[in-house]
Design a protein around this ligand. Structure first.
Ligand code: SF4
Length: 255
C-alpha cells in the first residue's frame, strides 16, 4: 500500500517536473527561432526559403533557426550537424522532410523511441519517447558546412537546452562535427568557460566516452552519402540506438 502511494507520488512528481521543463523548453524555443547571430547563416537560410526548390515551390519555407524536438524527460539526446536547406529549413522541425530524417526516424521507430516511422511535416503526429533531437548548429549552412566559429556561436543555445533536459545521460553524436560540438557542450555545462576537454578520443562509429555524468556515443551521420554507400546501414543505426538505451538503463540501475 505504502509502495503504491510512493509510486503515485513519484509519477505525480515526474508529471509536474516534466510539464515545467516543457514550458521552459518552449520559452527557449521562442528565443532560438528569432536568433540572427551568424550573418552568413541568416543570409543563406532566408535565401533558400525565398528561392525554394522546384519540388517545393508551392510550400512556405520555415527559413529560421531550429529548436530541438522530443521528450522533455528524455535520457537520450541525439545531436546532429545542422538543418538541411530543403529539409528542416523547409518544414520547421529538426531532421524532418529529407532522406536523413527518413532513415533516422525509421530507426527510432524500430527501436521504440518514436511512435511512427515517418517524419514529413511538423504536424504529422510524430512523438518521441525518451529521446530529444537537436543540432549543433541551428541554421542551414551553405553546402552543409558550418564553420567552427558558427558552431561555437550557436553553442550557448545547446547549453541552455541541455540544461533543461535534466534526465539526459547519453548523447548520441551523429558524425565528427557533432562529436566535437558535444565535447564543448558538456564541458561548458560541467565547468563553464573551461573549453573542450583534452585527451579525449577522436570520433568513431560506436565509440563511447564518459564525460562527467553523461556518456558520448558516436554514430555515423545518417546522411545520404553514408546511407547510400552503406557506410551506415539500418542494423548499424539500430544497434547504436539500442546501445544508447542500455547505457541510459545502466545509469538508472546504478542510481
Ligand atoms: Fe543563431 Fe545558431 Fe542560427 Fe547562428 S546558427 S544564427 S547562433 S541559431
Amino acid at each position: 500500500m505504502i509502495q503504491s502511494q510512493r509510486g503515485i507520488l513519484r509519477r505525480w512528481y515526474y508529471c509536474v517536473v516534466q510539464s515545467q521543463a516543457r514550458l521552459k523548453l518552449e520559452e527557449l524555443a521562442g528565443e532560438i527561432v528569432v536568433c540572427r547571430r551568424c550573418p552568413r547563416l541568416v543570409s543563406w537560410r532566408e535565401q533558400v526559403a525565398r528561392e525554394r526548390r522546384a519540388a517545393f515551390a508551392q510550400e512556405s519555407y520555415w527559413g529560421r533557426p531550429l529548436p530541438g524536438f522530443g521528450d522533455p524527460a528524455a535520457r537520450v539526446l541525439l545531436l546532429g550537424l545542422a538543418p538541411a536547406a530543403h529539409g528542416a529549413n523547409r518544414t520547421g522541425r529538426v531532421f524532418t522532410g529529407d532522406r536523413s530524417g527518413d532513415f533516422l526516424f525509421a530507426a527510432l521507430w524500430r527501436t521504440g523511441f518514436a511512435n511512427q516511422p515517418v517524419s514529413r511535416a511538423a504536424d504529422d503526429g510524430l512523438r518521441l519517447r525518451d529521446t530529444w533531437i537537436t543540432a549543433a548548429v541551428r541554421c542551414a549552412p551553405p553546402a552543409n558546412r558550418p564553420t567552427p566559429l558558427e558552431r561555437d556561436t550557436c553553442l550557448p543555445w545547446s547549453v541552455r537546452e541541455l540544461g533543461l533536459l535534466t534526465a539526459v545521460r547519453v548523447v548520441v553524436c551523429l558524425g565528427a562535427f557533432a562529436w566535437a560540438a558535444a565535447l564543448r557542450l558538456l564541458a561548458e555545462l560541467e565547468r563553464p568557460g573551461s573549453g573542450p576537454p583534452r585527451g579525449v578520443p577522436r570520433f568513431a562509429h560506436g565509440r563511447e566516452h564518459e564525460l562527467g555524468s553523461r556518456v558520448l556515443l558516436g554514430s555515423y551521420h545518417p546522411s545520404q552519402q553514408n546511407t547510400f554507400t552503406r557506410r551506415l546501414t539500418e542494423p548499424m543505426m539500430d544497434a547504436v540506438l539500442e546501445r544508447a538505451r542500455i547505457l541510459a538503463d545502466g545509469d538508472a540501475a546504478a542510481r
